[in-house]
Design a protein around this ligand. Sequence first.
Ligand SMILES: [Zn+2]
Length: 113
Amino acid sequence: MPAIPACPLCTMENTYPDGDNFVCADCGHEWPAVRPASADENADKFVKDANGTVLANGDAVVLIKDLKVKGSSITLKVGTKVKSIRLVDGDHEVDCKMDAGSFMLKACFLRKV
Ligand SMILES: [Zn+2]
């Protein structure tokens, strides 16, 4: 029997299963015992470039605009080519290794070549 999770609302552990739902005895919150088919684990994983092309590890991209690197005087110039990107989780989802160093960039400022 799977463990019953703590209440997502009040975090109390006074919870019990009720049909397909879990119910919290403390605040009355009910939530589905089965997580809805987690689309976020696959569908949303795609990182897309400025044109909506799906990017993958090892893709070559170019910058479509000048990007100032936060906390430095470096500006990455539009048209700068990155030979091999690495996709990572987070706000800046593309890890780029360039002559000037290694930078985390947003995919929306890149175009696949
Ligand atoms: Zn609760």
